[in-house]
Design a protein around this ligand. Sequence first.
Ligand SMILES: Cc1cc2nc3c(=O)[nH]c(=O)nc-3n(C[C@H](O)[C@H](O)[C@H](O)COP(=O)(O)O)c2cc1C
Length: 441
Amino acid sequence: MYHLAWFQGCGLPPWDHNIDGPFVGNVAREWATGENFSDLARALERGCFTFLLMEDTTQVDDHFGGTAEVALKRGFFSPKHDPFPMSLKMAMATKHIGFAPTISSSFYHPWAAARLLTTLDHLTAGRIGMNVVTSTQHNAAKNFGMDALPPKEVRYEVANEWCEVFRQLEDAWEEDALLIDYDTGYYADYRKVHTIDFKGKYYSSRGPLNHIPGPQRHVPMVEAGNSPAGRDLAAHYADALIGNCLTIAEMKELIADMETRVMGHRRNPDDFKVMFLCEPVVAETDDEAKRRHEKIMKARSEPPNIEWMRFYLDLVVPSIDFAKIDLEMTVAEFKKLTTDPQMVSIVDKIFRVPDETTFREVLATRGPMLDLGLIGSPETVARKMDEIMEEVGGGGFLFNAPAGRRAVVEICDGLCPALQRRGSIRTGYEHKTFRENLLAY
Ligand SMILES: Cc1cc2nc3c(=O)[nH]c(=O)nc-3n(C[C@H](O)[C@H](O)[C@H](O)COP(=O)(O)O)c2cc1C
């Protein structure tokens, strides 16, 4: 058995009938109530997803072309909800599924983060986790009083320290610190609640938290950076890594590497999951799914998608203004424009094409998310997913959110039951907490 997780932004969903198709509903007017996200969480719970990973960024983008026009015209990455209250709302609408809202170690002080997540751990009865990122946008950094983000290697150093403070704060109350003794009138034993007196290069914190440990004590952590520094951060502190892999060989390499790294941090590899990012195309029949996939591929060369891809690259590679890049430039010429290490990791896969390929061709044929060949009827996709897991031995898949509620139903009420019939995913939740459910198999 393996796990399913869902990747979802908490903002304006795809909303334009002209671009996103006829099944977007009225989300553009209604999304801010959050009810569509509660519906989503309920559907995912019906499909027995282990958790929902909630994307986050903290700016209205005006780096792309030097104006916020595209961001606000299309609703790219803003407006959006803060994922923390959003996760609470979704938890209130469900009973079992876990939530991993994104938090940036570059912007949030670990004490405030540990307090927030401990509170949410209590309020969700142990169903909260977190996706720790280091962020990529300089303009977001300016919202938090910084002039710019530090280089990536420094951001990962900061993230390691952030996780260390966070974990120490979670442990500042000993297991038996809570007395709740009505006879003596002692709520807690002050001798068992400690300061942490952490003084690092980037953060210092005295501690303890002014809150009792949550049901999970340690909030489960997911991480999605696949560079060596990202992998090592995950191996040290996280419970799951999201692998962004193009091939079976890459998946195997990632799993083997993570096993070595996890053991290097004196942890048991069985307590760590590697899950793979993918964007399946599920329809009633294989032919229908194939047609839909062809339509998706055709739409990639249309202006709205070219605009989206340029915007996306601009967001994750801030050293280049992608609005200005000549679409007829070759990949060889393009690669000379930057030595930004961000290129090497997240975007590298998009540009792994012959040097003479034009920028336009790249944007029209490749995207940040991969279908991994998962195209077909529920039965076909379920079989293909099984084949991948059998070959690589991973912990499961993270589905990038397909557009619209119809696709949610196709997955939760079509694909998930097909996977359950094959015995590939759970048919119910065995445990109460996110961590227990994640580590159940
Ligand atoms: C599935 C997935 C989800 C991510 N979610 C976010 C996010 O919500 N916010 C963010 O700033 N970065 C996000 N990232 C970016 C990663 O956290 C990481 O910064 C990026 O992959 C670059 O790090 P790397 O070079 O170690 O791969 C995500 C990446 C992936 C693959």
